[in-house]
Every structure is written in structure tokens, then in C-alpha cells.
Write a protein that binds this ligand. Structure first.
Ligand code: GRF
Length: 203
């Protein structure tokens, strides 16, 4: 399974995918990592792993549409079976999401459908939630709205702040994202008619 990973920042989820690939636990080839930010630390991780690192700076484009068109061309040059959004902090056009429908995954730090969008940890704290977590889902035109592939929950503790809660959630991110990618690579995870299928059964 040929994978292209898109990042904007630190790339700890990317690192989890790299580590599991290098240890032989994840049957994928990461053919490229693309960042929209030239200073993303994930690009360093990419080079250290010997993977091709590309930057496509959204600030060099005058519209969301033109950026997405260029990004599609760049991605498709690698012929991936799967596009993995790993902390890629850009809203994508419907042209883009439809082009990769059923072959693009995202990770979002909440128990979707709760807390789509930003500042999820603080919002869970403000709401007094006892549980919080993370979701891997297929990407559709609806922001953070595509069908779920896997979720992991963590407890919210009395003395948590957004940082401590985020750290607890990230431990789970680094477990479930490689797992979802593995299921996809093995042909077990797919999307049809807007629904997720695992081993041929709707989730
Ligand atoms: C993660 O919290 C992920 O859930 C969110 O962005 C963050 C990316 O972190 N979408 P990293 O760049 O993988 O460290």
C-alpha cells in the first residue's frame, strides 16, 4: 500500500507511522510527506527516515482552489493508494475531498461527532466531560464529518488542563492511527455509500 502523508506541524502521528513501518508491523510504503508549512518539524522526521519531503506553501497561492489543485497534482505524482492527513491544518475544497473519497483518512482529537473544529481539549474540559478521546475517520466534503473508522477514549481527570488532556489523547492517537492505516492496507477497511466497512460489515 503506497501512502502519502500530509502534515502541518510536529508530526508525532507521522513518526508513529514511520516507526511501525520500519519495525515491519505496518505493511505500507510512505512514498512522500507533504507539508503546507516550510518550518514543520515533521519534515525533519521525514528526512531522518529517508523519505521524500515536499513543501507546498499555501501562502504562495491566491485561492484555496488553486492551492488544492496544485496539492492534488503533487500527491497524484506519487500514485498513492491512501492519503493520510496527520495534523494537516487546512480546510479542503470539495473538489479535493471528492477526488480522494474512500482513500483519505484524517485523525481528529475528539470523540466525533463531538467537537468538530479547533480547541477540542479545552471544549471537552469546559463542558465538564468525563470522557474525551480521538477519532480516525474517512474524509468527506464535510469538515471532520466523514464516517468514523476507529475511536479511542480516555478519562478526563480532575486536575487536567488542555495540555495534560492532549498528552493523554496523543498516546492513543499513536496507537489507533497506525492500526486504521494497517486495516486499510490489508483491505479490511473501506468506505462505501458514505459508510465505513470493516471486514465487509458496516460499522
Ligand atoms: C493531533 O492532535 C491530531 O489529532 C490533530 O493534529 C495533531 C497533530 O499532531 N489533527 P502531530 O503533528 O501528529 O504531532
Amino acid at each position: 500500500c503506497n501512502v502519502v502523508v500530509l502534515i502541518s506541524g510536529s508530526g508525532t502521528n507521522l513518526q508513529a507511522l514511520i516507526d511501525k513501518t520500519q519495525s515491519g508491523d505496518l505493511p505500507i510504503t510512505i512514498s512522500a510527506v507533504i507539508s503546507n508549512r516550510p518550518d514543520a518539524y515533521g519534515l525533519e522526521r521525514t528526512k531522518q527516515a529517508g523519505i521524500q519531503a515536499e513543501t507546498l506553501d499555501h501562502k504562495a497561492f491566491d485561492s484555496r482552489e488553486s492551492f488544492d489543485q496544485a496539492l492534488m497534482q503533487l500527491i497524484d505524482g506519487f500514485n498513492p493508494n491512501l492519503v493520510v492527513l496527520a495534523g494537516f491544518m487546512r480546510i479542503l475544497t470539495p473538489e479535493f475531498t471528492n477526488h480522494y473519497l474512500g482513500r483519505m483518512l484524517n485523525i481528529h482529537p475528539s470523540l466525533l461527532p463531538k467537537y468538530q473544529g479547533l480547541h477540542t481539549h479545552q471544549r471537552a474540559l469546559d463542558a465538564g466531560d468525563e470522557r474525551h478521546g480521538v477519532t480516525v475517520h474517512f474524509v468527506t466534503a464535510e469538515l471532520d464529518g466523514g464516517p468514523n473508522a476507529i475511536q479511542a477514549a480516555v478519562p478526563v481527570l480532575a486536575d487536567d488542563d488542555a495540555d495534560s488532556l492532549s498528552a493523554r489523547v496523543q498516546v492513543q492517537e499513536h496507537i489507533i492511527y497506525p492500526l486504521a492505516v494497517q486495516w486499510f492496507a490489508e483491505g479490511r477497511l473501506s468506505m462505501a455509500d458514505g459508510k465505513t466497512l470493516l471486514d465487509g460489515e458496516p460499522l
